[in-house]
Design a protein around this ligand. Structure first.
Ligand code: GLP
Length: 256
């Protein structure tokens, strides 16, 4: 794991944007795994500003709420089109987001996995983290080998996401999410976290035991996982000074 601690979300997002810009320069038909939530907003803004060529890029989003139509303002479809896709030259046919209205959910999930495989697998997967350590919508106790499937949200996650729905009762109970096994097959993974509210989940994921109680902790087993944090999200890391030293002393060619 590489832990990158930056003074602000802006600086952290700029680093992630540079990683994606470099990937798209080297591989114009890259396959990106994308995330939603507040955390990636600055990254998406920076990617739009950079005017990269998305014409050959394929994307797969992590998750979607079951029961929400793509034009529902709190749907992840809406989020992605508004904050990124509509502002870059991506082909609509290359965008994949789980279908919250799928009639046959297990069948849909199986096809989603097949589409990821058919695209050649995910080159670069972006993740946020829930206050309970979830990645995608893989809540604590999710199988660490899980594939794309339906999940039931915890009360904590529904409370955390109530702000997008104008109240907790309006937050759907079920979601479709890429599994942890699916996420772990991406060639590179970048988890971003900002703010003090994420500090405990981040510290447990990075320095705690690998456990289904903190799904993000599985990233300790990923060969190319980067954790990009602002200072408040890094406050509970015991080895923060070491991570800063490592990053500041990297050879230039290794820097993001
Ligand atoms: C949501 C999403 C996750 C996201 C996380 C954090 O529930 N399903 O993919 O990483 O919660 O959200 P935020 O970035 O808004 O804190």
């Amino acid at each position: 794991m590489e832990i990158i601690i930056q003074p602000t979300p802006e600086a952290a997002s700029a680093i992630a944007a540079r990683m994606i810009a470099r990937l798209l320069r080297e591989k114009s038909d890259a396959v990106l795994g994308l995330a939603t939530g507040s955390t990636p907003l600055l990254l998406y803004r920076e990617l739009v500003r950079r005017k990269l060529d998305w014409s050959r890029v394929t994307t797969f989003n992590l998750d979607e709420y079951v029961g929400l139509a793509p034009d529902h303002p709190a749907s992840y479809h809406c989020f992605m089109w508004e904050n990124l896709f509509r502002q870059v030259n991506i082909a609509e046919s290359n965008v994949h987001i789980p279908d919250g209205l799928a009639g046959d959910i297990p069948g849909f999930c199986q096809r989603y996995e097949e589409q990821i495989r058919a695209a050649g697998g995910i080159d670069w997967q972006l993740l946020g983290i829930g206050t309970d350590g979830h990645i995608g919508f893989n809540e604590p106790t999710s199988s660490l080998a899980s594939r794309t499937r339906i999940k039931t949200l915890t009360q904590q996650t529904r409370a955390d996401n109530a702000r997008f729905f104008g109240g907790e009762t309006a937050v759907p109970q079920h979601v479709i999410t890429m599994g942890i096994g699916t996420i772990m097959e991406a060639r590179q993974v970048v988890l971003m976290a900002f703010g003090q509210d994420k500090a405990r989940a981040v510290a447990e994921a990075v320095e705690g035991p690998i456990t289904a109680m903190n799904p993000a902790s599985i990233l300790q087993l990923h060969p190319v996982a980067r954790i990009v944090l602002d200072e408040p999200a890094a406050t509970l890391l015991r080895k923060a000074d070491y991570y800063r030293w490592v990053y500041d002393n990297k050879p230039d060619w290794q820097k993001a």
